[in-house]
Design a protein around this ligand. Sequence first.
Ligand code: ZN
Length: 161
Amino acid sequence: MQIAANKAVSIDYTLTNDAGEVIDSSAGGAPLVYLHGAGNIIVGLEKALVGKQAGDEVNVSVEPEEAYGEYSAELVATLNRSMFEGVDELEVGMQFHASGPDGGMQIVTIRELDGDDVIVDGNHPLAGQRLTFAVKVVDVRDASAEEVAHGHVHGEGGHQH
Ligand SMILES: [Zn+2]
């Protein structure tokens, strides 16, 4: 069975950046299970997997625009420490939910602390990076009508509800 929209797909994968560092991998754990065509995984990887079947191996480099987007300097802001009232101790790397420019929620990460200045960054940690995936397709099956309606896979490796 070939990968197409509304298939439940299981993959083993290793994700590396341009420096060759492993960012994420399913090695040693269960395969990643996703619903194809539902935006569960980044668009560049989804495109590369169309038409593949169990046993196929795919190596693909995905540019930022089809991964986590270009790095945007506009998403970096300097806030005053007083805006973090209630947080005992601020540290670089801490993440907070904030309302974004479009009104939606976004996650911001503290990049730098400088006196009362807190420099926060709303970019995805992998924004601006080209990502290389080494993928082996483990299984392809038809998604159930319920999975398609929910936009995700149920059962092992999927949503448990
Ligand atoms: Zn569901």
